[in-house]
Design a protein around this ligand. Structure first.
Ligand code: NAG
Ligand code: NAG
Length: 390
């Protein structure tokens, strides 16, 4: 008799275990009260789904169906017990009011999460009223980044479209192992500080198949970035791909092992840029490759600017401490929108070393463009138009 009861209990408990395994793993935000009407605040339902997914003992999925979901500033905090997958069919929208994202600086923030994947979806930060505030010279809040990962590992972001951010669209800060794939980013070319993707203090980040049209840098790379690989990037309008600004502070981590391959820049202010403040410091940039790049009517296709000193404040008469070395430009062609297609303006106290040009063909109005070199050492091989100043 006792044995029969034991067996029965075992069957019942396995049954419940099975139910948990098969059903506990999916959380649809609608179940927790999210409304796809673009008006009802869905912040709490999203956080409820996150809390459940984050404490799930099995890998879980958070489903966001079609429709528009209004989100106020939201922090998704880890670490979580298991892998989480976001399936976004709908659009996350920010409140229209430019003050609504407050002063935290973030709209959608992931902190200390590991193993999170995102598929599809749109995020729309509705930046227009915030940019208008800034343009009017009023006292405006600091503005929020749209999607941020801080101290996160193993992040996979695929198929997302980000519109009209108030500051950067996507920020990857102090992360390891991040793959950004087939992402689209759009904001008007005059929108202030709407960087596409900003990478900082992070290792092993890959950005592939990404189209960025924005009012600031398409991709900006801050100090402490190591092993960044970017390929199949379309940029423009925007300010191009920029390592920097670096060297604002004296003590900075360097930037190393950065590759950009297979990129097209169209009507952007810069193509590939390295930019540092004209201030003393111990930062560096090394092991950088820019290869297989097409420039379409780009103002500064290739530029190193170590004399950045906005408004001549805090740096006049000083030279940059950031050391730039081992940078290769290979197979870069197309058109420059100004006569000077290559500008190497390096530090007088810390000249650029080991800068290499190989097979460059940049024209200006169907003629050869020009190049200028200040304080730079290196070599050039292959076809060189403009003529190398190295
Ligand atoms: C999202 O869209 C896919 C493809 O259309 C569909 O299979 C899936 O069920 C949708 N998910 C939700 C939560 O609506
Ligand atoms: C440089 O970065 C690439 C990824 O872009 C990586 O595969 C490679 O191992 C890194 N090299 C070193 C020396 O760390």
């Amino acid at each position: 008799m006792a044995n029969t009861i034991k067996t029965l209990l075992l069957i019942i408990s396995s049954f419940y275990f099975f139910i948990q395994l098969s059903s506990a793993a999916t959380y649809n935000v609608i179940t927790y009260g999210a409304k796809p009407d673009g008006k009802t605040d869905s912040t709490r339902p999203f956080l409820k789904a996150w809390t459940l997914a984050c404490s799930s003992s099995t890998p879980s999925t958070i489903n966001v169906p079609k429709g528009r979901f209004l989100l106020n500033p939201t922090t998704f905090r880890g670490p979580c017990k298991n892998k989480i997958t976001f399936r976004l069919n709908g659009t996350l929208v920010a409140p229209l009011d430019y003050r609504a994202l407050g002063s935290s600086g973030y709209w959608i923030l992931f902190i200390k999460v590991n193993d999170v994947s995102f598929f599809g979806g749109n995020i729309d930060a509705k930046g227009a009223s915030y940019w208008a505030c800034r343009d009017s010279g009023k006292d405006c809040p600091p503005g929020a980044r749209s999607l941020t990962f801080n101290w996160a590992n193993n992040i996979y972001l695929s198929g997302l479209t980000s519109l009209n951010s108030r500051q950067s669209h996507i920020t990857i800060n102090s992360c390891n192992n991040v793959l950004v794939k087939n992402v689209k980013i759009m904001a008007p070319d005059q929108s202030p500080n709407t960087d596409g993707i900003h990478v900082q203090s992070s290792t092993d980040v890959t950005i592939t198949g990404t189209t960025i049209q924005t009012g600031d840098d398409c991709i900006s790379i801050g100090d402490g970035t190591k092993n960044l690989f970017m390929t199949h990037i379309k940029c423009g309008p925007g300010h191009g791909v920029s390592i920097g600004s670096l060297g604002k502070e004296f003590d900075e981590q360097g930037v190393q092992n950065v590759t950009l391959m297979n990129a097209v820049f169209t009507k952007s202010d810069n193509g590939v840029r390295i930019k540092t403040w004209a201030r003393p410091g111990n930062g560096f940039v090394k092991h950088v490759v820019f290869q297989n790049i097409v420039m379409n009517n780009v103002k500064n296709p290739i530029i190193i600017d170590q004399n950045y000193c906005p408004d001549n404040e805090g740096c006049p008469g000083q030279s940059a401490g950031v050391k730039i070395s081992d940078v290769t430009y290979k197979n870069i062609g197309g058109t420059s929108a100004t006569s000077e297609a290559i500008t190497f303006d390096c530090s007088s106290t810390n000249p650029c070393d080991d800068i290499r040009l190989e097979d460059i063909k940049l024209t200006y109005k169907n003629k050869a463009s020009t190049s200028t070199c200040n304080n730079v050492g290196g070599s050039s091989v292959g076809i060189l138009m403009p003529q190398s100043c190295l």
